[in-house]
Each structure stands twice: as structure tokens, then as C-alpha cells.
Design a protein around this ligand. Structure first.
Ligand SMILES: [Zn+2]
Ligand SMILES: [Zn+2]
Length: 381
């Protein structure tokens, strides 16, 4: 290569560099003018002038780089001059500032017996979350109520309800302990009023006739009939008819009716005989008299209502007994000893004892009188 040619190439190169710089100045002046004319529209694309110029100058420097690499094509350069700046590659738009959630209460759910309460918070964007509120309240149980009395043969049932939601809970009540077949368990605390007779009508008749002759008995039926009624009526209501018969022996003085109740009343347990002047209730037949006695025992010894009875109620004082054990809060009489202070007032001899408790502790309360007859029947005493 000749020196001349080298010189020419150098000259052309210098010329090209100068013309590029001149073009750049042109472009800058043109853009500046555009901004001044169109300051509102250009702000849509560029946050501010300085960033706009940053982008422009980077455009220019990249243009210069392009030109220096494509120095052999200087003719193409002027085309860029006429292009508006918007048409060249735009700077990336800035991402919007991150959304900050603003939560407000969407709904508040109160706790129930079994479910926790909670509050839902929600943002306008749809995002939501839940907070734990008050814990589940748990059931508010009422008192247990016996819905089915236990017997020696079957379990009973009790129920309690939630006073808030009405949920029911049912539990079984253990069977009553079976009275031992004769000889009988002499432990009074196990001598329940509810249960099945251990002795037969024939046993009861033989027992009475051991102590009284037929002529002494002031009954409006035979002693066999009367004993039969106690067993059958007792069985119908789930009551110990054999022990009720012993109570009748105690109340009537072996059916001789030495007290205020007259034998024509068929009243074997002093029903309605409030004091010595009152004659007590009168029942149409011996069987109805026995039925009233058994029903009256059931009123004291269970939660059964009149509707629960096997036969329509003939005990005119059934409700009185029921109210007494259920509403006065003294509770039902499960055992014969429990009849003291309930069926019988005061249920002991005040000349001998200061209180019912003292009489019970001494084994000498109203219930014990009945059971002493029963033990005699059983051949224990
Ligand atoms: Zn949000
Ligand atoms: Zn509940």
C-alpha cells in the first residue's frame, strides 16, 4: 500500500468521524425541540427529562458504535435524523409501585358450642385472611334427668340437654343390684322399692298366717287374694310387691286396722290419713286399694308420671307425692329407708331420736320398720 493511499484513508476516516459528531449534534437539537413542543406527551413515556436524556445519549453512543462498525455505509446515517425519538427503541416503562394491602373486616362469625369464632379481613384486591376469634364455647349442659328408671332386669337412661344449642346427651344408668334370693340381703341400703318380688303370694300368705288367724284379719277379700294383688300389681309397675305387702302389714297392724283408717276403706297404707281424725282415702275394691298403694310408691320412687303407669291412676295423692320429691328438691326415694321424711313424717319416733338421721343410724326409722317385717318374712329375724 502506498503512502498516498494510507493518507487518503486517514483523511476519509477523520471526515467520517466529524460528520458523525455533526449529525449527533443535529439529532440532539432536534429532540430538544421536540421535547419543548411536546412536553406533555413526552412525559407519558419518560418520567423526567434527565432520564429521557440518559436514554437519548445511550442511543447516540450506541449509534456511534454502530457507525464505527459500519463505517463503510455513511449514507444510511442521515435516515436516523428524520426518525422521531419515539420510534427508536423505547426505554422500559418503570413497574408501578408495589400494591399495599388495606384490609378491613369482611365478616365476624361468633363461636358456637362446637365451632370456634373467627373474623375474615379482606383487601379491595380480593386478598383475604382469617383470624382466630373466641374458641368454641363448649356445651352448656343442664341437669341430668332420668328418662328411664333402671330396674334389676334392665338399665335405665338419663339425658341432659345443652341450654344453648339443644344438643342431647344420653347415658345409661346401671341396673339395680339384684336382690339376693332368699335368704335376703339384710343390708337396707340395697333394699330398693323398684324391682321384682322375691317372694310369692303363697309365701306372703304363710307369713301372715304364722302370726294371725284368718278370723283376726279385717279384709274385704281373702288373704290369698290380697297377697296375689300385691304380687301382680307390683309386677305391673316394677315395684317390690312383696315388700309393699310388708309395709301394709306395718301400716294396718297385720290387717287388723287398729289405727284411724277403717277396714271398709280398702286402704292398706294410710293414704290420706294425715292425722288421727281423718279417715283416709276410700277405694272401691281391695284390688284398687292395692293398686293405689303401688302407684303411690312409684310416685315416690321414680320420675314416672301418671301417663307412665301401667293402669290409669287411682292414687288420688299421686301428684302430691310427685311434687314433693321433684319440686321440693328432696329427690326420689330409691330405698325403703328413703321413705322416712318423704312418705312418712317425720319418719321416726321423736321421743327416741333427735333427728331422722339419728333414727336411720340406729336402724329404727320408718323404712326400718317395713324392713324388719320383710326380714321376718325372709326368716332372717
Ligand atoms: Zn390488596
Ligand atoms: Zn351446645
Amino acid at each position: 500500500m502506498s503512502k498516498k493511499l494510507k493518507l487518503l484513508i486517514s483523511f476519509i476516516s477523520v471526515f467520517l468521524v466529524f460528520s458523525v459528531i455533526a449529525c449527533s449534534v443535529f439529532v440532539i437539537v432536534d429532540i430538544k425541540k421536540n421535547i419543548d413542543d411536546n412536553s406533555s406527551s413526552s412525559s407519558e413515556n419518560f418520567e423526567n427529562e434527565s432520564s429521557y436524556f440518559e436514554s437519548i445519549s445511550s442511543e447516540i453512543s450506541s449509534g456511534i458504535a454502530e457507525e464505527s462498525s459500519s463505517a463503510s455505509e455513511p449514507e444510511s446515517e442521515p435516515e436516523t435524523e428524520s426518525k422521531p425519538p419515539e420510534s427508536s427503541s423505547k426505554p422500559e416503562q418503570e413497574t408501578p409501585p408495589p400494591h399495599t394491602h388495606t384490609y378491613s373486616v369482611e365478616k365476624t362469625v361468633k363461636p358456637t358450642c362446637t365451632e370456634d369464632g373467627y373474623t375474615v379481613y379482606k383487601c379491595s384486591c380480593g386478598e383475604s385472611y382469617k383470624t382466630n376469634g373466641t374458641a368454641a364455647l363448649g356445651h352448656s349442659w343442664g341437669e341430668w334427668k332420668t328418662t328411664k328408671e333402671p330396674t334389676t332386669a334392665a338399665e335405665g337412661e338419663k339425658q341432659r340437654n345443652c341450654t344453648r344449642c339443644g344438643e342431647k346427651e344420653i347415658k345409661s344408668i346401671e341396673k339395680l343390684p339384684k336382690p339376693e334370693s332368699p335368704p335376703v340381703n339384710p343390708n337396707e341400703s340395697y333394699m330398693y322399692i323398684l324391682g321384682t318380688s322375691v317372694f310369692s303370694a303363697e309365701d306372703l300368705v304363710n307369713y301372715v298366717l304364722r302370726y294371725k288367724s284368718r278370723d283376726e284379719l279385717k279384709l274385704n277379700c281373702t288373704i290369698e287374694e290380697l297377697a296375689g294383688y300385691y304380687i301382680s300389681e307390683g309386677a305391673a309397675e316394677g315395684i317390690r310387691g312383696d315388700i309393699a305387702f310388708c309395709q301394709a302389714i306395718w301400716e294396718t297392724g297385720w290387717f287388723t286396722f287398729g289405727g284411724s283408717v277403717q277396714p271398709d276403706r280398702n286402704n292398706y297404707c294410710g293414704l290420706g290419713a294425715i292425722d288421727d281424725t281423718a279417715g283416709g282415702e276410700k277405694f272401691a275394691t281391695p284390688q284398687i286399694g292395692v293398686r293405689a298403694h303401688i302407684q303411690h310408691l312409684k310416685a315416690y320412687a321414680s320420675t314416672a308420671t301418671k301417663e307412665d303407669l301401667a293402669f290409669s291412676c287411682v292414687d288420688t295423692r299421686f301428684d302430691y307425692a310427685k311434687d314433693k320429691v321433684l319440686q321440693d328438691g328432696i329427690g326420689i326415694a330409691r330405698t325403703w329407708v328413703d321413705l322416712g321424711g318423704r312418705w312418712a313424717q317425720p319418719g321416726y319416733d321423736p321421743a327416741k331420736y333427735n333427728s331422722l338421721e339419728a333414727a336411720i343410724a340406729a336402724g329404727d326409722s320408718y323404712g326400718h320398720k317395713i324392713l324388719s317385717k320383710y326380714k321376718q318374712l325372709a326368716g332372717i329375724s
